[in-house]
Design a protein around this ligand. Sequence first.
Ligand code: SF4
Ligand code: SF4
Ligand code: FES
Length: 236
Amino acid sequence: MAESITLDIFRFDPEGDGEQRLQRYSVPVTKPGMKLLDALNYIKWNIDPTLTYRRSCGEGVCGSDGMNINGVNGLGCITPIAGLAQPIRIYPLPNMPIIRDLVVDTSHFFDQYRQLKPWLHADTPTPEHERLQTIAERDQLDGKYECILCACCTTSCPSWWWNGERFLGPAALLQADRWISDSRDEATGERLDALEDAFKLYRCHQIMNCAQACPKGLNPTASINHIKRALLTRKS
Ligand code: SF4
Ligand code: SF4
Ligand code: FES
């Protein structure tokens, strides 16, 4: 008999009975190295087509299948089921409005990202070929450009739970640091001005949930500290 796993998955259908509950499923282990997303897909395709969740790439690149797995935020597609305590409890990302089952409304999260004007700002004329960087300058983007905006960090941050309307949260601040650290960007002063705010930046209390939650191994706390140092340095 094939090995199987047990999952308790959060269900909510505002167009149905509107009740929030956990629903139990049993899923066969269909392949070695099976990931949590494989189990969700098995349920949707073979047991219960009403189960609703986001996914796209299946490879930890698109950032769409962030969810809370046994109390820890992560990506379903790169989380192996081996080693997860059973029943595996799956909830939507915390502190986001729930649209249905595991699908949350990310509008506010991406509005905060848009506030950063997350593109290259440069007044100098565009060179004929490209804006060059030294290897050392390019290295400054490592640990930042890899962010896939999955929201696992921001939705695990207690400061964002409590002050999410005004505190930008770890993902947006890591992205802000990505542009502040870019030698080709000419708007560092304006970017720092926009962040010098008791809530937008300084609500981070160094709890480090964000770094622990990031499925890409990034450290938003380090970025937040880098921005704070940049603000201090420019005043001295
Ligand atoms: S270190 Fe800052 S941003 Fe990260 S979880 Fe803690 S309070 Fe939130
Ligand atoms: S820093 Fe990590 S956890 Fe946060 S949004 Fe980016 S990839 Fe996701
Ligand atoms: S499905 Fe794209 S990151 Fe998981």
